[in-house]
Structures are given as C-alpha cells and as structure tokens.
Design a protein around this ligand. Structure first.
Ligand code: URA
Length: 229
C-alpha cells in the first residue's frame, strides 16, 4: 500500500493533509523521516507520526491468559485452540503473536494487525519476553553465565542470543529472551542437562500479563500497551 494512503487510513487525515505532514518530515518509516507520499509499504514497516505509532482503526489487539492444554493455532482438527477462548465473531481473522507450547501458560497476544505482529516477532527486532521457569533438577549458578554467553541448541549451528537468567529458587528462574526459537527455553535448559517442568510467560516487551486477568480469559489491550511495542 502507498504510504500516503496508509497514513490517511490510520489517522483519518485527508490525502492533502497527509502530504503536508509528509512535507513537514513528521512521518517516519522504520525510524527514518520520509517525504515520499508514493513510497510502497510491504506491511512490515513501522510508521510513526510525530513519534507515535500508527495503527489501523478498528484493528483488534488482545491479551489472553493462556491455560495449559490449548494449542496455539488458529484451527486444529482434533485439539482445542487458544481461539476457542474467544467468541467466534472476535476470533475470526486473528493472528497469534509468538506462539506458546501447549503446556506453557501465561501471556499470549492476538491481533489482526500484521504490521504490529511483525514488530514483536520479527527476528530483526529484539522484543524481550520474560518467562518464569520451574525445572526438574536444581539450577546450577553456572547457568547464568551460560545463558549470557549463548547456548548451542541441538541441531542448530548458531548459539542463542545472550539471555538473562535470574535464579529465584533452587528449581525456579526468570528468563529474558530477545528471540523466539522453537521450544527455546526448554531446549536451553535441556542443553545444560536440566528439564523444564513448568513454563509461564510473564511479559512481552512492556506488556505484562494483567494480574487481574484469570486463566482462560482475555481482554483488549489499552492504547498505551498497543503503542508500547
Ligand atoms: N520456550 C519454550 O520452550 N516454550 C514456549 O512455549 C515458549 C518459549
């Protein structure tokens, strides 16, 4: 879509007013001020006006407190999915923003805004996700440095990006990751000879799981939460 059309749809400004704000260099695409009204957007860019993220009106942004036992898929022939927690009309067309395993609980984000989803999940961006972990065996203090250095996972050539591990009990820790590889937390502990027995996502970027939101429930994100990523 052309930049001027996108800005106009997000803000409600006329094409003429959009031209003016472009001329005033108040629009930025991926952090770079732009003036070219006809610039083509692929849908993955971040567009801001005066530093405020532009989002399409009517777009849906939700947080779900995921219980264990549901799969993160938009449909599944035999298993219940996280979208089954929402009324059908609300669930239609939603994308899952960073999947969780079936047995993982905690914060799951859903949206129909592909650009916003991309801002969180693109490997080029470094959106921190915080997980509370329980393990089968005691967590060795040496794991802190191992997480910091990066860990080579089974069948993967590249080590993980530096991650933060805070040990909170003999079998409990808080892990902060800036990437999202398949089963990453479980595989990082497995590479160190331990096993994750419970995993819960507490936050994604600056969006924290609402402590008032019971498991299995959802709520719409506030404007501040949407704009925070
Ligand atoms: N890491 C995992 O191993 N599982 C998840 O669900 C999320 C991160």
């Amino acid at each position: 879509m052309r930049l001027d059309k996108y800005v106009s749809q997000c803000t409600g400004l006329s094409r003429k007013s959009v031209k003016q704000v472009l001329h005033q260099m108040r629009i930025a695409v991926d952090g770079e001020p732009v003036r070219n009204a006809g610039l083509g957007l692929s849908g993955e860019e971040t567009v801001t006006l005066d530093g405020h993220l532009l989002t399409l009106p009517g777009a849906r942004y939700l947080m779900v407190h995921k219980p264990a036992g549901l799969v993160c898929a938009t449909e599944d022939a035999s298993q219940r999915t996280v979208l089954d927690l929402l009324p059908g009309t609300l669930a239609s067309g939603l994308q899952i923003v960073g999947r969780l395993d079936k047995d993982t609980t905690g914060l799951l984000l859903l949206t129909d805004d592909g650009q916003w989803n991309h801002r969180i999940t693109s490997p080029r961006r470094t959106c921190a996700k915080v997980y509370c972990v329980t393990t089968a065996d005691p967590i060795a203090p040496s794991a802190i440095q191992a997480f910091r250095n990066g860990i080579v996972l089974k069948n993967e050539p590249k080590p993980t990006q530096p991650a933060e591990l805070v040990i909170e009990g003999s079998h409990q820790a808080r892990v902060t990751l800036t990437e999202g590889r398949y089963h990453q937390v479980k595989r990082m502990f497995a590479a160190l000879g331990n096993r994750v027995t419970a995993l819960h996502r507490a936050s994604v970027g600056r969006i924290q799981l609402d402590p008032e939101l019971p498991e299995g429930h959802y709520r719409t994100l506030t404007e501040e939460e949407v704009n925070s990523v």
